[in-house]
Write a protein that binds this ligand. Structure first.
Ligand code: SIB
Ligand code: ZN
Length: 432
């Protein structure tokens, strides 16, 4: 066994307690072998966690990683206008190579900020998969299908591509890549296509990922047209179930929260995107109280504008309180669980916990920072005070992707430079 000892630090355990311990990783299997008292374990290679906190690698459960190329391109607009006036016209010009470069930029950003797993929705998915494979991260990928503004043939082809991509790509990168079937949302995919393709996806055993109830503009047309709440409609077309997770769930009423809980459907909260597009405040504490599994996502970098899950942790805890009008809502530990164990659960990975048998997906934070002093409560620090730039090492599947803040899997400066060039050329093409 080739092994790695993460030694000398404190460790966040699955029950949200923190203890001094070392973590032994089997790099061949990619699993955590043991978590034990300091000095009890030995390994061939050592990762220094002294003055540090070992946490599960963070799980970004909803993103569009290649959208890093559009970071800062169009700000300060609501969802519908932002997508239609700015984002979609530029995305129409995106080449496969652009998507590859944008994905690499986003993945470097994730590694640097301690994220080890992501769930992505986009297109040119082979490029994203290749980038994920090179990055050494874990991902749930898929081709996102949109049918509005397409003829029947184009719409069906897009839905079919979503199915085919999910079936073909599943298990890639030695099993680090899993897939989902991805209708874009309940309003951007026509009912006839949902009725035709969702049962096929379910029959094929594919998990499903879509946007739902993000803005009131998405709720009202469904209520008008179908006479039911959007998630009742989603249930009617077969979308709800314990293999489905819905990004956003901002405007969900009590009936829909109960439906999420009863069907085991997951929700991915994207607080920064929801604030930036003024979409609204998701009732996160209500969903948690009802027993819904709620994960956390950044959404794309064009509506965030970064992929740092520590920002998301803080935003989730903050806006959760505002939404509930209760300072005790979404406490620090709940936010950290959303960004770790809950997200891993939604993505179907045995990650998100530092414990023997789990995937060795870890981040080590430097605690020697002014803004992390004193250390009354490290879980509080994770939610309210830490940032992605506090991450010293990142490990996924037992491999060290960043050591002492140096990303080992990519030439970060070259990725940055290429991304800048591709982004500039893309915007030139789209606006000429
Ligand atoms: N545009 C492609 C496929 C869509 S990929 C996923 C899409 O989700 C878009 N997106 C990003 N953030 C959000 C969001 O918050 N809500 C809805 N869509 C979003 C993103 O710009 C991208 O176009 C087509 O028409 O076939
Ligand atoms: Zn999204």
């Amino acid at each position: 066994m080739t092994d790695l000892l993460v030694a000398g630090g404190q460790v966040l355990r699955p029950d949200m307690t923190v203890e001094r311990a070392d973590v032994l990783v089997d790099q061949d299997s990619g699993d955590i072998v043991a978590v034990d008292d300091p000095g009890e374990l030995a390994g061939e290679d050592t990762l220094d966690a002294s003055d540090g906190l070992v946490i599960p690698g963070l799980v970004n459960a909803h993103t569009h990683v290649a959208m890093t190329l559009l970071r800062g391109y169009a700000d300060d607009k609501p969802l519908d206008a932002w997508l239609q006036e700015d984002i979609w016209p530029v995305e129409a010009e995106l080449t496969a190579e652009d998507v590859r470069v944008g994905a690499e930029l986003g993945l470097v950003e994730m590694i640097r900020s301690g994220t080890t797993a992501l769930s992505d929705m986009y297109f040119h998915v082979d490029e994203i998969a290749a980038a994920v494979e090179d990055a050494g991260l874990r991902a749930v990928l898929g081709h996102t299908a949109v049918t509005v503004a397409k003829d029947d043939e184009g719409a069906r082809a897009d839905m079919q591509e979503s199915l085919d991509t999910a079936l073909e790509l599943d298990g890639a990168a030695d099993g680090r890549i899993r897939t989902t079937f991805q209708p874009h949302s309940l309003t951007t995919v026509g009912e006839e296509y949902l009725r035709e393709f969702v049962p096929e996806a379910v029959e094929a055993g594919l998990p499903i990922h879509l946007h739902a109830n993000e803005t009131t503009d998405e709720v009202e047309p469904i209520v008008d047209e179908h006479g039911m709440w959007p998630l009742e409609y989603a249930d009617d077309v077969g979308l709800m179930g314990d293999d489905t997770f819905l990004a956003h769930c901002v405007h969900v009423d009590e009936t829909e929260i109960d439906l999420l809980a009863e069907t085991g459907t997951g929700a991915v909260h994207c607080p920064a995107s929801n604030m930036k597009l003024a979409s609204g405040m998701a009732p996160v504490q209500k969903m948690l109280d009802a027993g819904v599994t709620v994960g956390l996502g950044t959404d794309g970098a064009a509506s965030n504008n970064d992929l740092d899950m520590f920002d998301e942790l803080r935003d989730a805890a903050m806006v959760g309180k505002l939404a509930a009008d209760d300072a005790s809502a979404v406490p620090a530990g709940a936010a950290v669980e959303m960004a770790t164990a809950n997200g891993a659960d939604l993505l179907g990975f045995d990650s998100g916990r530092v414990a023997a048998g789990a995937n060795a997906d870890l981040a080590v934070l430097d605690l020697e920072a002014v803004h992390l002093t004193p250390a009354h409560d490290l879980v509080s620090h994770l939610a309210y005070a830490a940032g992605g730039s506090d991450v010293r090492h990142t490990v996924c599947d037992g491999e060290v992707l960043m050591r002492d803040r140096e990303v080992t899997v990519f030439e970060a400066a070259a990725v940055r430079e290429r991304a800048g060039e591709h982004a500039a050329a893309l915007v030139d093409r789209a606006t000429e």
